[in-house]
Design a protein around this ligand. Structure first.
Ligand code: 0ZB
Ligand code: CA
Ligand code: ZN
Ligand code: ZN
Length: 476
């Protein structure tokens, strides 16, 4: 725990400070030097911005309230009572040597760069919270750990008894370390930096209400666990407000959240980059007779074929159809690093939607930053973990999603799933295919891909009109 380190070396100093200031009333005690010290401190570590730094000019009301907010933020961070005033305890902490490790700095690590020597790290859940089911707690921790293991060469293994590197538990008030919890709000949890014994352990304040959503009052367990596990792995607080390791709580949706850049840089500074599996470097062989595709969509003027982490791009203008570009999806679609399951585009809107597992990405142009959401926003039941294929039928303004042996119809205008779905495939289609891998619409024609074949499908009459090899567009 980062504070432990600081307190061992400066504890006695802080003690003297408090004794010395206690008998004096607040007004007498607040000297101009103290206000200046606080202002400098809050500017440096909490991005306080006031219009004037001169102490001869009177402070305006906006500055004062900004200062009060920042004092509260700092008090919350140090587990002090959030009074918003420069009381003796608060000033004592500000005066204290900062141990050379600001609690807020673009990612930061512990003074000795403590980290785990082992790449496989075990964790054990010692006690569950009554606020959630065991499954919800397990899942929150699993997803929180996955954020970190996706960004660095680390594996987490859950053990149910015996020794573990990281022990996670819920406790209130005094609970066997030197850091008693403070009841509801304030400190939500704390974690110890990597090491023997309590090293790496995470304690959650049982006096908080733990949730899997966003409901208030309450704190999202995934979010807090993700932050605390950053400490367990050796990261200290970051000064970057968009970082997960920023000191303040902010709700993050476990279905959508990916580790911010600052935290990725932090974890990789300690453990290096993740070791990618063989599949990422192999280019699928498009002319293989067993070739099948994962997804197809039209992005801009180009048809994009996806297979594993690779893609081929060709223009929709027939004269240039022999020109094919190709590469790893991550080079054309920054941020998308996993295999793509499905994709569809709405030509009228000029956007494409790309699905990887329970996430979808909104893409307007290749090589442009895209943003993402969760498939559950479409109204899929939680049993659906990924989509096999998707196609937007412009004539209906509806999008069809294929999942296993059924399909869903989504109304893009109402932004709602049509009632009566999922349904099983129409009969003619069903007689030919068992599962759809990919689908796209081009000039009013719908192509459905299944295995090594692509089918030109007339949805109005439920008739398959033509059958071609799945790689027919790829110049084989
Ligand atoms: N633990 O890691 C913390 O940072 C403590 C304070 C420490 C002095 C022990 C803590 O509970 N901080 C609160 C928190 O929510 C701060 C707050 O209430 O805003 N930490 C978890 C967190 C932080 C950033 C993003 C997500 C979760
Ligand atoms: Ca608390
Ligand atoms: Zn504790
Ligand atoms: Zn923290």
């Amino acid at each position: 725990m980062e504070l432990l380190w600081c307190w061992i070396f400066t504890g006695s100093l802080m003690f003297v400070d408090i004794i010395w200031t206690l008998p004096i009333s607040e007004e007498q005690w607040l000297r101009p030097e103290d206000v200046q010290l606080a202002e400098g401190y809050l500017r440096r570590f909490y991005q306080l911005r006031t219009s004037s730094s001169s102490r001869h000019q009177s402070r305006n009301r906006r500055d004062t309230s900004a200062m009060v907010d920042k004092i509260k933020e700092m008090q919350g961070f140090f587990g002090l009572e959030q009074t918003g005033t420069l009381d003796p305890q608060t000033l004592a902490v500000m005066r204290r040597d900062r141990c050379g490790v600001p609690d807020v700095e673009n990612f930061s690590v512990y003074p000795k760069r403590t980290k785990w020597r082992n790449k496989t790290i075990t964790y054990r859940i010692e006690k569950y919270t009554p606020d959630l089911t065991r499954e919800e707690v397990d899942r929150s921790f699993h997803l929180a750990l996955k954020l970190w293991s996706d960004a660095a060469p680390l594996n987490f293994v859950k053990v149910n008894n015996g020794k573990a590197n990281i022990v996670l538990t819920f406790a209130s008030r005094t609970h066997g370390d030197f850091f008693p919890f403070d009841g509801p709000k304030g400190v939500l949890a704390h974690a110890f930096e990597p090491g023997q014994g309590m090293g790496g352990d995470v304690h959650f304040d049982e006096d908080e209400t733990w949730t899997t959503g966003q409901e208030k009052p309450g704190y999202n367990l995934f979010t807090v666990a993700a932050h605390e596990l950053g400490h367990s792995l050796g990261l200290s607080h970051s000064k970057n407000p968009s970082a997960l390791m920023y000191p303040n709580y902010k709700y993050y949706d476990s279905a959508k959240y990916t580790l911010p850049r600052d935290d990725v840089m932090g974890i990789q500074a300690l453990y290096g980059k993740p070791i990618r599996k063989q599949e990422t470097v192999t280019i699928p062989r498009k002319c293989d007779p067993n070739f099948s595709v994962d997804a197809v969509a039209v992005i801009g003027n180009e048809i994009v074929f996806f297979k594993d982490r690779y893609m081929w791009i060709r223009t929709t203008w027939s004269t240039y159809w022999n020109q094919l570009r190709e590469g790893f999806s991550s080079t054309y679609l920054p941020g998308i690093n996993s295999a793509i399951n499905a994709a569809y585009d709405i030509p009228a809107k000029g956007v494409a939607y790309i699905f990887t597992g329970p996430k979808y990405w909104v893409v307007q142009q290749l090589k442009m930053k895209s943003h993402f959401g969760s498939i559950y926003e479409y109204g899929f039941p939680s049993t659906v973990k990924h989509i096999d294929a998707a196609v937007h039928v412009s004539g209906y303004r509806k999008t069809f999603f294929f999942v296993g042996q059924v399909y869903y119809r989504y109304d893009e205008n109402k932004r709602k799933m049509d009632p009566g779905f999922p349904r099983s495939f129409p009969l003619d289609l069903l007689s030919i295919v068992r599962k759809i891998d990919a689908a796209f619409e081009l000039e009013g024609h719908i192509y459905l891909f299944s295995g090594t074949k692509a089918y030109l499908y007339d949805y109005r009459q439920d008739r398959v009109l033509k059958r071609i090899p799945a790689n027919a567009w790829l110049g084989c």
